[in-house]
Design a protein around this ligand. Structure first.
Ligand code: M6R
Length: 306
């Protein structure tokens, strides 16, 4: 799976779903790195390119590298007439509608859903414990999740003047952390960094001091205890912890300074909706700093140069 930016972070989530649940090994790569290392592509390889615009130059170049090498080229795109779609064997359209803001938000969610459907298609052993009916209920679940906006606005008022913000999580939540940090950097211009929560003690913990904001998502129950103990490590150094999880994470809720409770849902869908509070944090922090949300400085919506 090859992509750039937010689309690349969406691939992290897909890797986890497809490998852990459908048991098919997945390599993900950043398009601007991929072809320069001339990776060997065995014929029985499916190459997947994920792109909102379908015009990202590096992703298109990576696709061309795989053409004639991979058995099949699949693209997951939002623009069905794009170059990436045209040069693919199969196209999975995410149907998110035109995305105007430079920061990818609804397209990211659309990518996750497209990838989930693909993972379900390959899940012959039926390991992906989510039904099509449950997936079809996602719009309603997203509406309910958006009720957190007022709380996120209040939280944003407490952190918008900070210089550094850390996002942590394990497994799929690490993938969400990466996307949450990118969103914040992109539109609020604050320094944000994402870390696999277990990596903290291998270095970055040294940077945590009184009041350092740490944003943690905890969407997977089997990782909850480990994530909670990583949160205890940062609390011991004075961090200001904003946690996002469901109503079964009592211990995490009790130790956090702020806790955003997600609506009840299937665990796989909890991961999908967990990005919404992170997108709201980026939005409100940028807004409070008076930044232009849709047109952040130095960035273009479609990156057509390598
Ligand atoms: O159109 P694409 O999905 O291929 O774009 C890839 C990245 O340029 C894009 O996701 C970028 O990282 C976003 N501005 C992030 O919000």
């Amino acid at each position: 799976m090859v992509a750039c930016g937010t689309a690349h972070y969406a691939c992290y989530v897909a890797k986890y779903w497809i490998e852990k649940l459908a048991k098919i090994p997945v390599e993900i790569d950043i398009a601007s790195e991929f072809r320069y290392r001339e990776p060997p592509i065995e014929h029985a390889t499916v190459a997947i390119f994920v792109s909102q615009s379908g015009e990202t130059a590096d992703t298109l170049a990576a696709l061309r590298y795989c053409s004639g090498r991979a058995e099949k080229i699949i693209s997951i795109v939002n623009v069905s007439t794009s170059s990436i779609a045209r040069e693919s064997d199969e196209v999975l359209e995410i149907h998110a509608g035109p995305e105007i803001g430079v920061a990818s938000t609804k397209a990211y969610l659309g990518m996750l859903v497209g990838q989930l459907l693909l993972a379900k298609h390959w899940d012959s052993a039926n390991k992906l414990d989510v039904s099509f009916d449950e997936i079809a209920e996602l719009p309603k679940l997203i509406e309910e999740t958006m009720d957190c906006e007022k709380q996120i606005k209040d939280i944003s008022e407490k952190i918008y003047k900070k210089n550094d913000i850390y996002f942590i999580g394990r497994g799929l939540d690490y993938a969400l952390a990466a996307e949450g940090a990118l969103k914040l950097k992109e539109i609020s211009y604050l320094h944000a960094e994402a870390l696999a929560a277990g990596e903290l003690k291998h270095g970055t913990l040294a940077l945590i001091e009184d009041g350092t904001p740490i944003i943690v998502t905890a969407s997977q129950n089997h990782l909850l205890d480990k994530t909670t103990s990583n949160v205890q490590e940062v609390i011991a150094r004075g961090a200001y912890v904003i946690a996002i999880g469901d109503n079964q994470s009592e211990k995490l809720e009790n130790i956090s300074d702020e806790y955003v409770t997600l609506p009840d849902s299937n665990e796989i869908l909890t991961t999908v909706i967990s990005i919404i509070p992170l997108q709201f944090i980026a939005y409100h922090v940028a807004n409070l700093n008076g930044e232009s949300i849709d047109q952040p400085r130095n960035l273009a919506k479609s990156v057509t140069v390598e």
